[in-house]
Design a protein around this ligand. Sequence first.
Ligand code: PMP
Length: 353
Amino acid sequence: MSRFMTDSLKALAPYTPGEQPRERKYIKLNTNESPFPPSPKAIAAANEAAKELELYPALDGGRLRAKIAEVIGVDESSVAVTNGSDEALNFCFKAFCSKSSPAAFADITYGFYSVFAGLNGVSYELIPLKDDFTLDPNDYIGIGKNIFIANPNAPTGLSIGLSDIEKIAKSNPDNIVLIDEAYVDFGGESAVKLLPRCPNLIVTQTFSKSRSLAGARIGFAAASPEIIEDIYRVIYSTNPYNLSRTSIAAGIGALEDEEYTRCNCREIVETREKTARALRALGFRVLDSSTNFLFASSPKVGGKELYERLKAEGILIRHFDAPRISDFVRITVGSQSDMQALVGAIENILELK
Ligand code: PMP
């Protein structure tokens, strides 16, 4: 660290993203990317847009904003388009939370929440999940804090119902309640339909998972027009051109091919369930997943060791060296052949035990 770093950022521990190795080709099951390429419509649209890269992109996400609004069934004024949903999350911490207006989120959830809180000088409370890793909605009723819930949650894969979200939002009317739906297309139910009834609700989604566009960095927030205006205040104070021309075009192309997305999600869910059965047959505890990943632990091999042994075999998964979950690994659901290779490699590792 240089001696020029500000005091407020010296103590910040940045988020640790999953490895993106360059040195060797792995079966990559560590960052919840899609095993499928983007829709051909997304690729064609991005190629076409590349011909005009000498020009700045549209503001406000341009036609992508309108297209997202159409697909999720809200007015365009209720959507802010962001550079990945991480940007939406960061800007919500910046816009709506502070030292005196703290945040609250689960002890086991998306690791970026505490980083964004630190980056933006926001104090926060960690609310422990129950022993079985489920979230107790009662812990969030009337707490008077800005609430961030990943639903389905990461890395557990578990989800809560919309009636609980509505109760949480209504009992904290003077705070925002943000539902991070990065994985909603794999089995969750979107809280977008609660927006007309819950003026303090914000829903974020991403194109990185179900729409195979992690490399394009597209996300969005849906909320009341007033909240969206606040988010755009932050966007316009940071980087008004927050999405490239090619990303905007790819996003529109993807939304014009919803059947492709649905079909891929169906296949991922099938592969997920098949892999969960295979791991359970090998003695693993596998949490019920509504996502494109599995969270699992084995009584025979620790999480860190399994991660290391699989890496040596050319398969990358994710291990979090964190309290309560260090026995677990998070495994992205890849293609059927990726998962066959994974289960085969795990069988070999367990046999040698
Ligand atoms: N929320 C959760 C729960 C995630 O796991 C991720 C992916 N790491 C994100 C948000 C951010 O995804 P992106 O910025 O690619 O939209």
